[in-house]
Write a protein that binds this ligand. Structure first.
Ligand code: BMA
Length: 310
């Protein structure tokens, strides 16, 4: 039986890591936290790269099979140097999450600047040019993921406001993607659990026949720092402010050396997944803030884990 297959719902690809700094054709510190999309017959991964300067930007990698990726020769989206954006992106741009809606591919990302983190929104239609559309949260917010369709006539997102120093997942609504409100608490850390310290949305919600599947990250604080793991919740199809199920245990946690050892050890952190036609979920994740990896499970196994104490 392949290594680890009985321990986690998600199964690591034996060829992990998919990408490391050695695969980047320019000088940088690390690659991690990529958001995948199938586009124009290939798999694209929009990757967070930390430069030698110490702050992050985005680059694209391409693949025919979703496993063997080649990095583009140049970075794609750099932190803004012009106002009104530059004040919010002076410390870098982080953790992109792609959601296509009606031919437009929206990228929510974390803008890091002197006033803290905000959720920023950009858009592309061709993965060559992009447009910054706006800062769509106040400071002190990150981990924004956009639902892939309007619900009851409104765009919907999850995010992670850092109120009271406790990271919880909230839901908000918008008529136009720029103005957001009706914000409500959705779910938070569970005392004693593997996600007892913080939780945040990871993957843009996936519609299943049992409602919306949200694959999230949760952390537990230990005497040597937090451990980042992957979990899942289910949200009601028509009212996603209602949690209908949640995995008891993590779907994936750091076990391999490439997840344990790196710039930030004990981290698996996903920003997106591809659902194949046969129901296989390819979850792309950053390992130890130092490499990009993939793990897979059938979507039914993940949904079942949310309802069957998995
Ligand atoms: C989170 C984000 C992620 C990072 C993780 C572990 O807060 O900054 O980008 O992978 O911490 O360091």
């Amino acid at each position: 039986m392949p290594n680890g297959i009985k321990r986690d719902v998600l199964h690591r690809y034996q060829g992990n890591p998919l990408l490391t700094v050695d695969d980047v054709p320019y000088r940088c510190n690390t690659v991690f936290n990529g958001s995948p999309i199938k586009f124009d017959g290939e798999y694209l991964l929009l990757i967070r790269v930390e430069g030698q300067q110490g702050y992050s930007f985005f680059s694209l990698a391409r693949s025919q099979d979703g496993l063997k990726f080649t990095m583009d020769s140049e970075p794609w989206i750099l932190p803004a140097t012009e106002e009104p954006w530059s004040v919010w992106e002076g410390d870098g741009i982080e953790d992109p999450r792609i959601t296509p809606i009606d031919g437009k591919h929206y990228i929510l990302y974390t803008a890091a600047g002197e006033h803290g983190h905000r959720i920023a929104l950009a858009c592309t239609e061709d993965y060559r040019t992009y447009e910054r559309l706006g800062m769509i949260s106040g400071p002190g917010n990150k981990d924004g993921v956009l639902f892939p369709e309007k619900i009851n006539g409104m765009y919907v997102r999850l995010d992670r406001p850092y109120g009271n120093h406790i990271g919880c997942v909230w839901i908000s609504y918008s008529p136009d993607l720029l103005h957001w409100g009706q914000s409500r608490f959705l779910f938070g850390p569970r005392p004693r659990f593997w996600d007892s310290y913080r939780v945040g949305a990871s993957v843009p919600p996936i519609l299943t026949d049992r409602g919306w599947l949200e694959i999230y990250h949760g952390t537990k604080m230990t005497s040597s720092g937090p451990i980042y793991r992957v979990g899942a919740v289910m949200l009601d199809r028509d009212d996603p402010s209602r949690v209908t199920g949640q995995s008891l245990g993590p779907l994936l946690g750091p076990r391999e050396d490439y997840e344990r050892i790196g710039d930030i050890g004990n981290v698996v952190f996903a920003c997106g997944a591809v659902v194949e036609d046969d129901g296989e979920v390819k979850l792309y994740y950053g390992a130890a803030d130092t490499a990009i990896c993939v793990a897979t499970a059938h979507i039914d196994e993940i949904v079942d884990a949310c309802f069957n104490g998995g």
